[in-house]
Design a protein around this ligand. Structure first.
Ligand SMILES: Cc1cc2nc3c(=O)[nH]c(=O)nc-3n(C[C@H](O)[C@H](O)[C@H](O)COP(=O)(O)OP(=O)(O)OC[C@H]3O[C@@H](n4cnc5c(N)ncnc54)[C@H](O)[C@@H]3O)c2cc1C
Length: 410
């Protein structure tokens, strides 16, 4: 009988299995996929942004809601220790813009392969099977039920991930296992996800990428967040780094109204932008409005801006009134879009919500309800912004759960 069964061989499960085995526990790692770490292999556009080279408090400040639960796990295995762990195990790392850490090879497979090889080196038994449930009696874990039989065990660590990108194997099974054990699952929703908009212009602008713009999000007409960077129009709405980050802050999608404003010229205040418009209009004094904006805007955006400003494309620029220029200015500083919802889980980088951390001991990751039951990774009610923080959560909680389960073995 193994001391520890780890359910799910993603980032958290692989780390938990290696960590428990390093302390001498006999470990069985079960995953329904033959290929282990499938999601890990596609992270960071195939390059794996495996952590962020920052202090623990900065990791915590990149977790919306209350990340304090993670303080012990992060302090025990902070970003610098994660970096030392991977490089010490033979994976050279590099740090890029925004202190994002990647393998020097730019290949996420190297991260997953290293973890799998460390499992093998530490005699972790790897089983390709679907876990169907966990059995407990007297509030103590007894066995893990799989499609190919029951595995009796001293403890089990649930690392089944969330609901995002279900083709990688993350189909939310861990939430059901936890509920069956009496745990509470906090409401789930896709996060770091593209947004759907009702405005027909998105379809017309499909494929247009905007750099150096400011995206402002309004929740029930109150400014929720603003950030500068890149975004993209798609057939359904908007996507790209600015939009994904903003989606993580939009946490009341069912009940609140969300509206976006794109500042197309964040470097120019209204007055400077007006001077710029006047300059362009005198340069192109004999042109129609649509042909006088070519220095200022991407081609496809010009008719949309003119339409929203309630002007006509064929208007000669030398006939534009101050009032008309003001409307143009306002549209350039606040191009409006109405959000109707998020894209589905299949397109979401992470799942927000999950197993309530109130029912878990933060010093060990063990359930407060069932002895020998541990949780780690995205299955927990924890998520973070982009920048390597989500994998940092998986490493820290996975390591703490693995070490605790090994130390507590009977
Ligand atoms: C496209 C994409 C890019 C990303 N890029 C980054 C990035 O660069 N940096 C970053 O920090 N985060 C990134 N993330 C987020 C990050 O990948 C996740 O937060 C992290 O992988 C979660 O790890 P996990 O081990 O908790 O779950 P997962 O990696 O989802 O692993 C869960 C595992 O459990 C297995 N499983 C589930 N149910 C069962 C069952 N019943 N029986 C057996 N096995 C089961 C699954 O097959 C899977 O292998 C990205 C996510 C996506 C989708």
């Amino acid at each position: 009988m193994p001391d520890v069964v780890v359910i799910g061989a993603g980032a958290a499960g692989l780390m938990a299995a290696v960590s428990a085995a390093e302390l001498g526990a006999s470990v069985t790692l079960v995953d329904k996929n033959r290929k282990l770490g499938r999601k890990l292999r596609i992270t960071g556009k195939g390059r794996c942004n495996l952590t962020n080279d920052c202090e623990v408090r900065e990791v915590l400040s990149n977790i919306p809601g209350d990340g304090r639960f993670l303080y012990s796990a992060l302090s025990a295995f902070p970003p610098q220790a994660v970096m030392r762990w991977f490089s010490g195990n033979g994976l050279p790392l590099k740090t890029e813009r925004g202190r994002r850490v990647f393998p020097v090879s730019d290949n996420a497979n190297d991260v997953a392969d290293l973890l799998v090889s460390l499992c093998r080196k530490n005699d972790v038994r790897i089983l390709n099977a679907q876990v169907l449930g966990i059995s407990a009696s007297d509030r103590i874990v007894r066995s893990v039920r799989t499609g190919s039989g029951d595995i009796s065990c001293g403890s089990c660590i649930v690392c089944t991930g969330g609901l995002s990108y279900p083709l990688t194997g993350s189909t939310g099974d861990g939430y059901r296992f936890a509920e069956a054990m009496g745990h509470t699952v906090m409401p789930l929703r896709p996060s770091l996800v593209p947004l759907e908009c009702s405005d027909p212009c998105c379809g017309r602008l499909q494929g247009l990428s905007l750099k150096n713009v400011e995206l402002r999000v309004f929740e029930d007409e109150r400014l929720l967040c603003r950030e500068q960077g890149e975004m993209l129009f798609t057939h359904f709405g908007v996507s790209g780094p600015l939009v994904l980050s903003a989606s993580a802050r939009m946490r009341r999608m069912e009940s609140a109204e969300y509206r976006l404003e794109i500042d197309l010229k964040p470097a120019l205040d209204t007055k400077t932008l007006d001077q710029r418009l006047l300059r362009d209009f005198s340069k192109y004094a004999n042109r129609a409005l649509s042909n006088a904006l070519v220095d200022l805007l991407p081609h496809s955006l010009i008719p949309e801006v003119i339409h929203i400003a309630e002007l006509r494309a064929e208007l000669p620029v030398n006939t534009l009134t101050r009032e008309m220029r003001k409307r143009l200015n306002q549209t350039l500083k606040a191009f409006p879009l109405d959000v109707t919802g998020t894209r589905p889980y299949a397109e979401a980088i992470i799942t927000s919500g999950g197993i309530s951390v109130r029912e878990i001991d933060p010093r060990s990751m063990q359930s407060r309800l069932v002895d020998g039951l541990y949780f780690a990774g995205e299955v927990l009610d924890l998520d973070a912004y982009t920048g390597g923080y989500n994998l940092q959560i998986a490493w820290s909680t996975g390591r703490l759960a693995g070490l605790s389960a090994a130390k507590n073995r009977k």
